[in-house]
Design a protein around this ligand. Sequence first.
Ligand code: SDX
Length: 429
Amino acid sequence: MPTNSLTITDNRTGKTYEVPINEDTIRATDLRKIKVDDDDFGMMTYDPAFMNTAACRSAITFIDGDKGILEYRGYPIEQLAEKSTYLETAWLLLHGELPTKDELTVWTNTITYHTFINENLKFVLDSFRYNAHPMGMLIAMISALGTFYPEAKNIFDEDVRNRQIERLIAKMITIAGFGYRHMVGMPYAYPDNELSYPANFLNMMYRTTELKYEPDPALVHALDVLFILHADHEQNCSTSTMRVAGSSHVDPYSSVAAACAALYGPLHGGANEQVIRMLTEIGSKQNIPAFIEKVKKGEGVKLMGFGHRVYKNFDPRATIIKKAAYGVFEVTGMSPLLEIAVELERIALADEYFVKRKLYPNVDFYSGLIYQAMKFPMDMFPVLFAIPRVSGWLAQWCEMLNDPDQKIARPRQIFTGSRKRDYKEIGQR
Ligand code: SDX
């Protein structure tokens, strides 16, 4: 009768070990009993970048990378993008179920109510040079925001935790909008709480002298869809950072600041900015073959917006964004870079180098084209990723805190350095 276990034979000693299998995994700590000598530390797994390591059990987001499937709490991303809103999706991620009408009304009013930030935070923003990158400002501002709410350290008080979640989701658009206004030297545009979440963000970005900023509904909808698509993505680099930082039981503002820092990287949330720079550098469809050859030669040039650790098929978000792009361009006018992007995708998807490595467009390949068409400066693109991802980070953080399996994260290492050396006086070095 087959048992749910591995039988491991250590050929160094001839000993065999039974290791139980649960949910198609084995516990790494079960390997510690595999030793040559009794005083050995015992067997570990070596998995740099966690290529094949489940760090947690989660019920929030399901991805099937081979089939290009993405579901938030079981709901297909295609349906949420078509029928939901970002705030409703944020509730779904945090609570596990779609909100009732009353829940959504209270939730929306609560988030709207919390969009203002303490006036003193403007001095933090004012301290930055005009050309400071908005992600650097966002990281600093979120950390500074946390200092206004010392009670946030009571992370095991659910009411306190929920209040900080509401504040972070609500104030992300205000901090992002204020950061942009600082960049362009314009006065801060305050929240207009009669507007929807995405519309309020556009208001705080672009309002000038008009008493009431009225963004184009098509652009508001496109931004809401982009926020839905970016809200969570299981254990990606920034979410893992949120979980690791949060495992020390630090307040959520500090964990979110850490997650933002991880997202800032060009291989992660910074990729959408790099896609636009890449398309601009290519310049025309005629230059695509030469660029592709540079990528294939491995001259340190990547096809930004392509490839994914999990998706070995189309990133379903890229497919949705590509369609949404055309809706935006009907309002803003066609992006000159879209033609290059579409041709680049066509050529890459037919090229053995990309096919063999299962490199497809990811969420970042087309999102930058929409942001650029909506007049967001490129530096703001990773900020546009961080705004909605904060709800995913917070949902994952809550799940981690409530998971009895979890404790402070502290990986092991394979030591490769020198041992037991005596101190050398400076004259002997
Ligand atoms: C996001 O994890 C998430 O869920 C992230 C995210 C989210 O929602 O949180 O989906 C958001 O970060 C999307 C990814 C955005 N980044 C980019 O578009 C940057 C370009 N992409 C690559 O850097 C890369 O594809 C990664 C970082 C996304 C994934 O890298 P992996 O899984 O570590 O794969 P790898 O680097 O080991 O690549 C495998 C092979 C290598 O070639 P060989 O050494 O086998 O010859 O594929 C090549 C790589 O050189 N390769 C690429 C490539 N991506 C991988 N070659 C050219 N262009 C690329 N984009």
